[in-house]
Structures are given as C-alpha cells and as structure tokens.
Design a binder for this molecule. Structure first.
Ligand code: ACO
Length: 158
C-alpha cells in the first residue's frame, strides 16, 4: 500500500471511492477545485496496481473580512477507505499527513470536520486515535436530518 499526495489523475478514483462509502457525494468540479486550490493537503492510498483504495480531501479556510478573529485552519471535507482495506491504519495515516501539511505548509492553527452522530468508526478515529474534540453539535446538518458533530483538533503543538 502506498500513500501519497492526490493528483488530478486520481480524482476519478477518489470520487468512485467516495460514492461507494458515503452518502455525501460531490461533483467532479468540487474535487478538482480542492486539489488544485490546496494541492498539498489531500492524499490518496493506492494498492499495488495503483487503484485508489482511500483518500482524504481537505481544504484551508482563511479568515474572512467580517471575522478577523478567526484563524487560518484546515477542514477535512471527506475521508474514506474501501471496506476490504479498513483497520489497516490507512485513514490514520491519511489524516496525519493532511494535518502535517495544514500546519507546516499552510500555517493552520487547527483542523475541523463534521461527522454524523451515528458514525462510530469515524468518531473513534477522530477522537480516540487523533485527539479531536467535539466543538458543538449541529442539529439536522445532513440532508436526511441527522445531526453532525463539529469536531476540532489544535495543530499548535504538532
Ligand atoms: N470501529 C471502531 N473504531 C474504529 C473503526 C471501527 N469500525 N474503524 C476505525 N476505528 C478507529 C480505531 O481506533 C482505529 O485504531 P485501531 O485499528 O488501532 O483500533 C483507528 O480508528 C484508526 O483506524 P484506521 O485503520 O486508520 O481506519 P480505516 O482506514 O479503517 O478508516 C474510516 C476509517 C475512514 C472511518 C472507514 O471506516 C470508512 O471509510 N468509513 C466509511 C466512510 C466514512 O464514514 N468516512 C468518514 C465520514 S466523516 C468525514 O469524511 C469528515
């Protein structure tokens, strides 16, 4: 298994992986926009034949004119690993590489994400393995009415 930065050529494989694993899906222009705008913080895992078996898609949020108190931070839009490649540590590695790039390349002070309240595997990854904390619960965040946990991890001492 090889983990490396996502390239434009990987986008079809990343999108296919996302479609298999999650109900939150995005048009190709969304994948393209993220990897071209923040080319250092999205990563893929590929098998020995070069097939994409996992990815993390992430972005950087800059403080807006209206909210100068906000800090530069990373945001994980989506992560998934194909079912037969789970519990091998791939998601952990993808997240750590993205977090490291957010901090060292983009000077992000923290990383945020949303996760379904019922997604036990992902919550365990974020909270128990990576040290994220729940910042707030966003009621009916998802299209089907499920609440999201808004989670954050400081990157300041990373
Ligand atoms: N049950 C409990 N804990 C789990 C599970 C699980 N099924 N899967 C992972 N973990 C936790 C464990 O603490 C694990 O460490 P351990 O194996 O030493 O016990 C740790 O996370 C690291 O696990 P990895 O092997 O790195 O995780 P994996 O590569 O299997 O991917 C993921 C985890 C991404 C959640 C995978 O299950 C998946 O693709 N699920 C479907 C898509 C999804 O839910 N994505 C997240 C949506 S939220 C978002 O995208 C921001």
């Amino acid at each position: 298994m090889n983990i490396r930065l996502a390239q434009v050529e990987d986008l079809v494989g990343m999108q296919a992986c996302n479609l298999q694993n999650l109900p939150e899906n995005y048009m190709m222009k969304f994948w393209m926009f993220h990897t071209m705008t923040w080319p250092q913080c999205s990563f893929v895992a590929e098998d020995e034949k070069g097939r994409i078996v996992g990815y993390v898609l992430a972005k950087i949020d800059e403080p807006s004119e209206d909210d100068k108190n906000e800090e530069i931070h990373g945001h994980v839009n989506s992560i998934s690993v194909l079912r037969s490649y789970r519990r091998l540590g791939l998601a952990k590695k993808l997240m750590l590489l993205s977090q490291e790039a957010m901090s060292s390349i983009y000077q992000a002070s923290y990383v945020s994400l949303h996760v379904r309240k019922s997604n036990k595997a992902a919550i365990a990854l974020y909270r128990d393995t990576l040290g994220f904390e729940v910042a707030k619960v966003e009621k009916k965040y998802y299209g089907d009415g499920e609440d999201a946990l808004s989670m954050k991890l400081s990157l300041k001492n990373s």
